[in-house]
Design a protein around this ligand. Structure first.
Ligand SMILES: [Fe+2]
Length: 189
């Protein structure tokens, strides 16, 4: 915890909640798609949100800031929780790349592309839910124990700098608004 009451992981835990809301929105999209009611624009919004918010903004802070801080405190990058989290980030990127490649052919009516889009989206939802549960309950608890005082202060300042960036022209607030649009889609739940 730092003077502002922020722990080494509180901002990341908050972002997890938004990512989980989008995962719920994706599940609703998939349920509609299973009944042949496809909302390709909303799938496109999910891809944008995952690439720019979940990956660039959120996983970026974990990989470039939190994990190196934990390594300095003696945790291994090659094995254990950090290695598992990095591998899951890699698999998530693969799922979103598959979704992105399938989107336009799927919109044009290609049934195989539709199956690839749905399978990759489903894979991502399952992966990210389990991944966040592990981070929130295991790695982040370890991090809150290990990263304290001035280390916690500088980490939180660095998080703030990343959150102030633009991601392919989008601010973090605009990406949060995109998440709202996905979760409040008409007929979305
Ligand atoms: Fe995370």
């Amino acid at each position: 915890m730092n003077q502002g009451g922020e722990s080494a992981t509180s901002r990341l835990r908050e972002e997890h909640q938004l990512i989980l809301q989008v995962a719920d929105g994706m599940q609703a999209l998939l349920a509609d798609a299973a009944e042949e009611s496809w909302d390709f624009d909303a799938f496109g919004d999910c891809i944008t949100f995952i690439r720019l918010f979940a990956d660039a903004c959120h996983h970026g802070k974990e990989e470039d800031l939190l994990f190196p801080t934990l390594e300095k405190a003696g945790m291994s990058r090659q094995q254990g929780p950090i290695a598992v989290m990095l591998e899951e980030h890699r698999i998530g990127r693969q799922y979103v790349r598959f979704m992105s490649e399938a989107l336009e052919p799927a919109r044009a009516g290609d049934t195989e592309a539709r199956a690839r889009l749905a399978n990759s989206a489903r894979g991502y939802v399952e992966l990210i839910r389990a991944h966040i549960m592990k981070e929130d309950n295991v790695l982040f608890n370890m991090a809150d124990h290990v990263v304290r005082g001035s280390n916690c202060d500088s980490l939180c300042v660095a998080y703030g700098a990343v959150c102030g960036r633009r991601f392919e022209g989008h601010s973090k607030d605009e990406l949060a608004a995109l998440a709202e649009r996905i979760t409040r889609r008409p007929g979305g739940d």
